[in-house]
Design a protein around this ligand. Structure first.
Ligand code: FAD
Ligand code: NDP
Length: 495
């Protein structure tokens, strides 16, 4: 048997014979091949293996334009949620040090933060996660191939190692979970040459120093928030509104708090040029659309946070007929995550119209594996997914913004409840609670169904996920306890 297998492997490696081998055996080598070992891909592969299926995962990281690379686990583990949340924690500790003195702790002044210590610790932890993912795949007997995958035909994936070694594998089912990468505004002179993105920030060995972050969404505000929190001179350049798609009253409170925390904002400005000075600093030129002027300043680091693009370029999707949205480049899927080609599925950030979040990618991957191999028919529910922006004062929400609710139901048909609150821990520490705020958007009709809940304050992520469960499972059906619910929430926070 082993000899036969070896012969088959040899045959598979011979160009021209690969497809013949499969046709002769009449069977594909794997039940499932997953291209992309990030949040969605790994979850799907591991779940499929639980059903005793033969599974392989291909994962390959193309180094960033600045040469940063990382291990198995995808965006969240290496250049997303995990290092971001840990660096956010580093910044929160800085604020806690200030609070601590009010609570009796003596802390020698001035306190100082050392980037290299934080970065080394975060990077070591991420590396331990990379290792952990490899071990888990091995334990579950999922074949891991550190290769870039592309389609040769609808059942055949061609894997290519960094050194150019090719492996061909065939599968009954194929899942595309290749995620996305940060965009560069290549139309801006010097952007690619001198700028970095979030793919690089978390792996810098030395402090980025005085930093300009361009963009005003999740990535931008979160990174600018922790850079400010660890004591760096940080500026956000924002061409339009902050946190597009989020409730704009809440988004304004988030940026208002960031400004009071020390982050500088260049509003309604867009960059036109980045040049390197003799001092090695970066001179950035931008247009101020309010004043109609051209302005400049110099920074140690310029970070682009201008959105992310799907990683489909090298997959060869057109050849096999997997349809993508021509504007976004994302893969079009139906409610069962099926693409336009039977037996080829797509999950996570690569898919059109889905939230770009780790928990949704994981859940979609697991549910897909259960439907494929576990006789389940449960579909992923993408409605009312909670999300948190980890800015210095966190903002968590679930459901509709006030704007979206007004658009869906008409502004006369919605009722919005507002409350300022003061977290108990802010009192002794004499912290300003002007932006600690919550807001509940409801239908006005008698039942007053909750359409959206928004919360700004410490630990918003933890708070909102519990309430999201309530909103999804029961509160959306209740009305009479509505006011009690808000009062309870407020009470819980202040006591
Ligand atoms: P990914 O995790 O991106 O995985 C795709 C993998 O496929 C990558 O390893 C990639 O290198 C690999 N790949 C690509 N092409 C190929 C190929 N041809 N062959 C083989 N392998 C390939 N989400 C949250 O829920 N909470 C957060 O707090 C949060 N913070 C974030 C912070 C930042 C800075 C960023 C950038 C993102 C954050 N996200 C957060 C979003 C989250 O990281 C993504 O939604 C999630 O990682 C998507 O998972 P995925 O499986 O779709 O793709
Ligand atoms: P987004 O696409 O959400 O936002 C891009 C930002 O860049 C916008 O503010 C946009 O402005 C601005 N922008 C775009 N092009 C330019 C340009 N040429 N010049 C100046 N500004 C520009 O991208 P993000 O990278 O922030 O986030 C991607 C996804 O990652 C999110 O949708 C989210 O799902 C996920 N994520 C989740 C996190 C979490 O859960 N905590 C954290 C981080 C990311 P404008 O509004 O004017 O278009």
């Amino acid at each position: 048997m082993a000899a036969l297998w070896r012969r088959r492997e040899r045959l598979l490696r011979m160009p021209g014979l690969r497809l013949t081998v499969r046709a002769l055996s009449g069977k594909n080598e794997y039940d499932l091949v997953v291209i992309g070992g990030g949040s969605g891909g790994l979850a799907c592969a591991k779940e499929a293996a639980q059903f005793g299926r033969k599974v392989a995962v291909l994962d390959y990281v193309e180094p960033s334009p600045q040469g940063t690379k990382w291990g198995l686990g995808g965006t969240c583990v290496n250049v997303g949620c995990i290092p971001k949340k840990l660096m956010h924690q580093a910044a929160l500790l800085g604020s806690a040090l200030k609070d601590a003195q009010h609570y009796g702790w003596s802390i020698a002044q001035p306190v100082h933060h050392t980037w290299s210590v934080m970065a080394q610790a975060v990077q070591n932890y991420v590396k331990s996660l990379n290792w952990g993912h490899r071990v888990q795949l091995q334990d579950k007997k999922v074949k891991y191939l550190n290769m870039r995958g592309s389609f040769s035909d609808p059942h055949t994936v061609r894997g290519l190692t960094k050194a150019g070694k090719e492996t061909i594998i065939t599968a009954e089912n194929i899942v595309i979970a290749t995620g996305g990468r940060p965009k560069y505004p290549t139309h801006i002179a010097g952007a690619l040459e001198y700028g970095i993105t979030s793919d690089d920030l978390f792996w810098l060995k030395e402090s980025p120093g005085k930093t300009l972050v361009v963009g005003a969404s999740y990535v931008s505000l979160e990174c600018a928030g922790f850079l400010t929190g660890i004591g760096l001179d940080t500026t956000v350049m924002m061409r339009s509104i902050p946190l597009r798609g989020f409730d704009q009253q809440m988004a304004s409170l988030v940026t208002e708090h960031m400004e009071s925390y020390g982050t500088k904002f260049l509003k309604r400005c867009f960059p036109t040029k980045v040049e390197k000075l003799k001092s090695n600093r970066l001179k950035v030129t931008w247009k101020n659309t309010d004043l109609g002027t051209e302005e400049t300043d110099s920074f140690d680091t310029v970070m682009w946070a201008v959105g992310r693009a799907p990683d489909t370029e090298t997959l060869n999707l057109e050849t096999i007929g997997v349809k993508t949205n021509s504007e976004t480049g994302k893969i079009i899927v139906d409610a069962s995550e099926a693409t336009s080609v039977p037996h080829i599925y797509a999950i996570g950030d690569i898919t059109e119209g889905r939230p770009e979040l780790t928990p949704t990618a994981i859940a979609a991957g697991k549910l897909l594996a259960r439907r494929l191999f576990g006789q389940s028919s449960e579909l992923m529910d993408y409605d009312n997914v909670p999300t948190t922006v980890f800015t210095p004062l966190e903002y968590g929400c679930v459901g509709l913004s006030e704007e979206a609710a007004a658009q869906c139901y008409g502004s006369d048909n919605i009722e919005v409840y507002h409350a300022y609150y003061k977290p108990l821990e802010f009192t002794v520490a004499e912290r300003d609670a002007s932006q600690c705020y919550m807001k509940m958007v409801c239908l006005r009709e008698s039942e007053q169904r909750i359409l959206g809940l928004h919360f700004i304050g410490p630990n918003a992520g933890e708070v909102i996920q519990g309430f999201a469960l309530g909103i999804n499972r029961c509160f959306s059906k209740l009305s009479k306890d509505l006011h009690d619910f808000l009062v309870l929430l407020e009470y819980k926070l202040t006591m």
